[in-house]
Ligand binder design. Structure first.
Ligand code: SF4
Ligand code: ZN
Length: 292
């Protein structure tokens, strides 16, 4: 009996998924108004010059595929992967699912399920932007949902079944081992480990419609700025790039940027997001190991 790995087949799977995930992504997409504008400029210029469009990294591709797959499974009469235009320009957005008249954004993440989606400003800007395009003109409030697949659950975080995650650490002696274990400060019971397996959390978010109208206006202006940068001969790949105007560069984007080398962007050093720092340092460790 033989067993052999098939790198060509892996490339076929990844290329097929990447092609599927980038379908209908021609022209300006609302996400360009959320993520790094230099990245959007670079991708447009590369494609205009006849180069292949930058692909998302394999991890992002697989996570997106899980999200799209979930949409397919749940679809059953609901709209999914629906393109929404804008009354103000030619840009488009992609709504994952429309469920009971509400925009639903599906996310697939390694973030802990203890984290609230509100902590992800980029999710709020993106989904808020879709909801703004979808809402009725006379709406006063607009509600959207987030269906989040947490690939690693809550990372096994210790909690009390009755009182949840304690805010401070308190220990008590556990007689069978003679060692201290963490307890719940409220009921003094020993904490139990959380979950490391994938799990789903669904959230509802409501915005005053006025807030979304102003978000949509900001996003329309951002897309127009990118359009102007793309047409501006002063900005060149490998030469002077447009200034960073919006995005989450310092937070996490520059770290995992798949286009920076292709457009000669130095990016921002010193990301301030702890998770990004951690994944960065893990990568460094792996690199060190690989070269050791
Ligand atoms: S390296 Fe940072 S600033 Fe440059 S294109 Fe990528 S995300 Fe944008
Ligand atoms: Zn308790």
């Amino acid at each position: 009996m033989t067993l052999k790995r098939l790198p060509d087949r892996e490339a076929f799977v990844m290329d097929s998924l990447a092609a599927k995930m980038s379908e209908g992504r021609d022209g300006q997409h609302l996400t360009n108004a959320v993520y790094c504008n230099v990245k959007a400029f670079g991708a447009a210029r590369l494609m205009a010059a006849g180069y292949e469009a930058p692909k998302p990294d394999p991890g992002s591709t697989l996570r997106m595929a899980i999200g799209v797959g979930l949409g397919d499974v749940i679809e059953q009469g609901h709209m999914h992967q629906m393109t929404v235009g804008s009354a103000d320009d030619d840009s488009v957005g992609t709504i994952d699912i429309l469920y009971k008249g509400k925009v639903v954004e599906i996310k697939c993440t390694w973030q802990s399920s203890n984290k609230s989606p509100d902590e992800n400003a980029h999710w709020m800007e993106q989904t808020g932007g879709y909801a703004a395009r979808w809402m009725k003109p006379d709406a006063k409030f607009v509600t959207a949902e987030f269906w989040v697949i947490h690939l690693g659950g809550d990372g096994g975080a210790m909690y009390c079944p009755a009182h949840g995650r304690p805010e401070r650490k308190v220990h008590r002696l556990y007689e069978p081992t003679g060692k201290k274990r963490m307890i719940c400060p409220e009921c003094s019971e020993f904490l139990v480990p959380g979950n490391r397996e994938p799990e789903v959390r669904c959230w509802e978010k409501t915005w005053p419609a006025e807030e979304l109208r102003s978000l949509h206006k900001i996003q329309t202006e951002r897309l127009a700025e990118i359009e102007a940068d793309i047409k501006n001969p002063r900005y060149q790949i490998g030469g002077e790039l447009p200034p960073i105007r919006h995005g989450f560069q310092r937070k996490f984007e520059c770290n995992g940027c798949t286009i920076k080398e292709r457009i000669g962007c130095p990016g921002i050093e010193g990301v301030d997001d702890l998770e990004a720092q951690l994944s960065g340092s893990i990568l460094e460790l792996q690199k060190e190991k690989a070269t050791a």
